[in-house]
Design a protein around this ligand. Structure first.
Ligand code: 3H9
Length: 694
């Protein structure tokens, strides 16, 4: 047999079929072809008594080849390969190391037994790609682990550690030492014994009402994403249909979803995330070593950053202004860990170990051993400048200084230091130990290895780091500020906060912008508006409603009222706000009109895309897909729409441009169509077609 990606070797009656398709052994066409031929060869070879399927390199098979998805499938298709494995007359053992995901795990479910290394992980993450398992996962997994566990597995898409998978019945054995050798002796044990075919097993009894509720809860939580509900329902089907019919139905659902808009969007997100690691100019640059991180400020943000750093294994030195603030910070950090213990994410011992790496101090001199200091102090330029200046005399000259500012100019902060080249932005999102997004701000004088250090730390913190250039608000808050403005314009034009929120929640956002604003507090943006007031162009359309709310002491949930009223913590519509908004329209002589959900959604998308195009043209973002990831991971934009720049491309940029032109006509100054958007729309192109940055 000749295959460049699947090898077969036979020794003492055991055939070893080895998949070797770097980097992650995806089941691309050549692998499927090679595997099918290898299984047939082993089955027909009288010298072979049992078979081991294993993979070369760093991992077992990470799934079907995502690059092939959405294109016509070339036979043999993976379900046929899996069926051939399951029907093989000789015992087949799958030997798993690294990760066996999606189609990779499905191959092993079709094998007759599974053995894995203790650190291996297995799972069915297809829902994250907008599809359901398409090679038997939804039909074979429930036969091994039962319906409720299988629903969890296919709907949340999270991989399971091998020992957990073994406890559920998905894996039969954990290798103690040498996976290949133990898999081989396992295969030998099975010779002559009856073969256990997963597809022939009955689905264990389960509570049908509870399982139905489990899937209904998944559908409700999915906020418009189709795949999780479909995956859950496919598992339910396994209990109703014979295996062959179940497999055929699963395949039909898979085929329908794989060519859907949602799947295309989620594939875009998958590859966009992998792109973020590729930053021009950093190919041969090594990051500086970081073991100890200083954090200036242990308030809400500082504590969250501290927890993220402790979780990643760093030593942390947090400095507060006085004893009381330091103690409050320590308590806050401990309580974040207590919450993690209550939700069973960590143990008491984990908390103790993490806190043992934390030092709290009131003297900045404590930062001396830090390799990196991240400031999370009040977002005020003189405060941050004074801090950075003082750090010059405390930390080593090669220690990196990072500012967590959301709106200030890192160049102005760097300018007061002796070594501006070691200053970088690390803009965390609150709560910093939870939110996955990190904007890494490449300031004008940031040295390449300093940028690389911030990215390496971000990776260790398991954040999705997106490089941003310097501008007011960086990528995320700059777009957010514009879209918030547009939402406020809609209030004057005729909508109410609850209309805008409902329209955007229907679009897929977890929470509308006015509800979010109430949650985070209206005072932050108020302070910023006051700061920008002297330089605001008088030609700009300005909505004074939020200022009025702030002046009335309505700062959001914390004061019991903002855009809404919060009686007993429950959000209710407030007639006073409606009256205030109607009065604002009247004052500007705007005749209020009904604004449809579709119009609200279109105006928001147009705003995001127009500002995104400006950000791209200015070189603030490296690529359009980075903008998509910022909006998805920091602002709740639904991943299944692929992000605003992708969504715009799908709809056609000409359509988005005509909406932008309407905004420009109505809202005037600051709303001019971005020249890049105009250029691409006229050429019939999308943002994805822009050449990559060198
Ligand atoms: C499926 O299986 C459907 C079936 O049910 C139905 C079939 C009929 N395909 O992430 P990394 C590339 S759907 C193609 O940086 P890590 C990736 O783009 C699939 N390429 O490494 C990158 O390339 P580049 C279900 C893939 O160590 C390189 O490999 N499976 C695939 O941080 C390294 O990736 C999944 O959803 C793929 N399947 O993480 C698993 N996977 O260097 C998806 C990776 O050019 N994969 N690449 O940028 C993962 O979760 C992670 O890649 C993994 C490794 C954990 C495996």
């Amino acid at each position: 047999m000749q295959s460049s990606v699947v090898r077969i070797t036979t020794q003492s009656g055991i055939a070893l079929i080895e998949i070797d398709n770097p980097p992650v052994n995806a089941t691309s066409h050549a692998v499927r072809e090679g595997l099918l031929a290898a299984v047939a060869q082993a089955a027909g070879d009288s010298a072979v008594e049992a078979i081991v399927i294993a993979a070369a390199g760093r991992t077992f098979v990470a799934g079907a080849d995502i690059k092939e998805q959405g294109k016509p499938s070339q036979p043999p298709i993976l379900p046929d390969v899996c069926n051939a494995i399951e029907n093989c007359p000789k015992p087949v053992v799958a030997a798993i190391h690294g990760t066996a995901l999606g189609g990779g795990f499905e191959l092993t479910l079709a094998a007759h037994t599974r053995i894995a290394t203790a650190d291996a992980r297995v799972g069915l993450p297809e829902v994250n790609l907008g599809i359901i398992p398409g090679a038997g996962g939804t039909q074979r997994a429930p036969r091994l682990c039962g319906v409720p566990a299988a629903i969890d597995l296919v709907t949340n898409g999270k991989p399971l550690p091998a020992p957990r998978a073994q406890a559920l019945g998905l894996i039969d054995r954990i290798a103690k030492d040498d996976l290949r050798a133990e898999a081989t002796s396992y295969a030998r044990e099975l010779i002559g014994k009856p073969i256990r075919r997963t597809g022939a097993l009955p689905v264990p009894d389960f509570d049908h009402v509870a399982a139905e509720q489990q899937v209904a809860a998944v559908e409700k939580k999915a906020r418009g994403q189709i795949s999780p509900g479909k995956a859950g329902r496919a598992v339910l089907m396994s209990a109703e249909l014979p295996i062959a019919e179940g497999l055929a139905r699963e395949r039909a659902i898979y085929s329908e979803l794989v060519s859907s808009d949602q799947a295309a969007a989620l594939r875009h997100v998958f590859f966009a995330e992998r792109q973020t690691a590729k930053v021009p100019g950093l190919d041969d640059v090594s990051p500086r070593t970081v073991a100890t991180i200083g954090i200036a400020g242990a308030g809400t943000m500082g504590s969250g950053i501290a927890v993220a750093c402790l979780d990643a294994g760093y030593r942390v030195i947090a400095v507060e202004q006085n004893e009381a603030a330091a103690q409050a910070g320590e308590k806050r950090i401990a309580s974040l860990y207590d919450r993690a213990i209550r939700s069973k994410r960590i143990s008491e011992a984990d908390k103790a170990e993490r806190l043992s790496r934390l030092t709290l101090a009131v003297d900045r001199a404590a930062f001396a051993p830090a390799d990196l200091v991240i400031e999370a102090v009040f977002d005020d330029l003189p405060v941050k400048q004074e801090l950075f200046k003082s750090l010059d005399t405390i930390v080593r000259p090669d220690a990196v200084l990072a500012t967590n500012t959301s709106y200030l100019d890192p160049d102005e902060i760097a300018a007061v230091t002796a070594h501006p080249e070691r200053v970088v932005g690390m803009h965390f999102f609150s709560p910093a130990h939870v939110m996955r997004l990190l904007e890494v701000v490449n300031a004008a004088r940031t040295a390449p290895d300093v940028l690389a250090t911030a990215l390496a730390v971000g990776k260790k913190l398991r954040k999705l780091s997106i490089v941003s250039g310097v501008c007011e608000g960086f990528i995320g808050n700059r777009i957010y500020a514009m879209y918030r403005k547009q939402c406020e314009y809609m209030l004057e034009d005729g909508a109410l906060p609850q209309d805008v929120d409902a329209a955007l929640e229907a679009y897929g956002l977890p929470m509308g912008p006015f509800a979010v604003n109430d949650l985070s507090g209206l005072d932050i943006a108020w302070a910023r508006r006051k700061r920008l007031a002297p330089t605001r162009d008088p030609r700009e359309r300005y909505v004074a409603i939020p200022d009025k709310l702030c002046e009335m002491g309505r700062l959001g949930q914390k004061t019991g009222a903002g855009w809404y009223r919060y009686a007993d913590g429950k959000r209710t519509i407030d007639a006073d706000v409606t009256a205030l908004i109607e009065a604002a329209s009247k004052e500007k002589e705007i005749s209020r009109r009904q604004i449809s959900r579709a119009e609200i959604q279109a105006r928001v998308l147009a705003t995001m895309v127009n500002e995104g195009a400006k950000i791209l043209a200015e070189g603030i973002a490296l690529r359009a897909s980075d903008i998509d990831l910022v909006l998805i991971n920091g602002y709740g934009y639904p991943a299944w729409r692929g992000g605003p720049m992708f969504e715009a491309g799908r709809m056609g940029l000409d359509k988005v441009l005509s909406k932008v032109e309407q905004l420009a006509e109505r809202d005037g100054f600051g709303w001019e169509p971005a020249p890049l958007l105009v250029e691409l729309a006229r050429a019939g192109k999308t943002f994805a077609e822009l050449p990559a940055k060198a």
